[in-house]
Design a protein around this ligand. Structure first.
Ligand code: SAM
Length: 237
């Protein structure tokens, strides 16, 4: 799919994770944000980072991602809100600057697996600091189709907590995305293209967009709604 359509697909998403506004505020509260460094590894367009910067005077916020489209959206949002947030194009897996506060939401795959992410992030958060870690888990036993989509590395929530413990983390906060957050995430992830398709039914790209939209909805409802969970942990030591 071309750059124009790729950029359009996520335009209706607040952030690229199943998360309501009140849940986001709760997580930022639990991160006890204060003056100092905050780095968001795999930030996307960095909406949560921008919210953190808006409410925390003296925060030095940096978002790291490899997706130029997302980074540009983040920079534009920072400029329009008058926020000083740095958006850096880099591989988060090689980021080696420790910070007092770190976000890693939906980006465990950058480090290879849940366990590898929790271990790598332990080296990047200063001993007195906190990590906001968001990751998927099996909320119910997956069928073959869900396993095919999400791969063999996803773990259950108890196993994810064991991995956090093994990497030396203490759990300061745990919450999970509820059904409305999931349904809104899935709906908004389809909405950008659904709106484009309604306005351009005869475009040569329309058939591919329709196929993608139909497949995504079918897979969500048949294969992973209620099966794939997503947890937000605030971790310290
Ligand atoms: C599911 S999205 C989550 C984005 C963001 N944390 C949020 O909650 O909106 C995962 C992000 O990881 C980014 N990513 C993938 N590989 C990466 C890498 N090696 N280094 C940095 N970011 C990466 C993707 O571009 C994408 O923006």
């Amino acid at each position: 799919m071309d750059d124009e359509l790729n950029a359009l697909r996520r335009t209706r998403m607040r952030w690229n994770t199943p998360l309501s506004e009140p849940h986001a505020e709760l997580l930022l509260d639990r991160m006890a944000l204060a003056e100092g460094d905050l780095v968001d590894l795999g930030c996307g367009w960095g909406e949560l980072l921008l919210r953190a910067a808006a409410r925390t005077p003296g925060l030095r916020a940096t978002g790291v991602d490899t997706d130029v489209t997302g980074l540009d959206r983040g920079r534009a949002a920072a400029a329009s809100r008058g926020l000083s947030v740095e958006f850096t194009e880099a591989d988060a897996a090689t980021w080696d600057v420790p910070a007092e506060r770190v976000f890693s939401v939906g980006a465990a795959h950058v480090f290879g697996s849940t366990r590898a992410a929790l271990e790598a992030l332990a080296r990047l958060v200063r001993p007195s600091g906190r990590l906001l870690y968001g990751d998927g888990f099996w909320a119910a036993p997956p069928g073959p189709a869900a396993l095919e989509i999400f791969g063999p590395d996803l773990v259950t929530l108890p196993d994810l907590l064991d991995a956090a413990d093994g990497a030396g983390w203490r759990v300061l906060h745990l919450s999970t995305a509820d059904q409305l957050e999931w349904d809104d995430f899935e709906s908004t992830s389809r909405a950008g293209w659904a709106e484009w398709l309604a306005a351009h039914p005869a475009d040569p790209r329309a058939e591919r967009v329709r196929e993608w939209l139909d497949r995504r909805l079918r897979e969500y409802v048949r294969d992973y709604r209620g099966v794939l969970g997503f947890t937000y942990l605030v971790l310290g030591r």
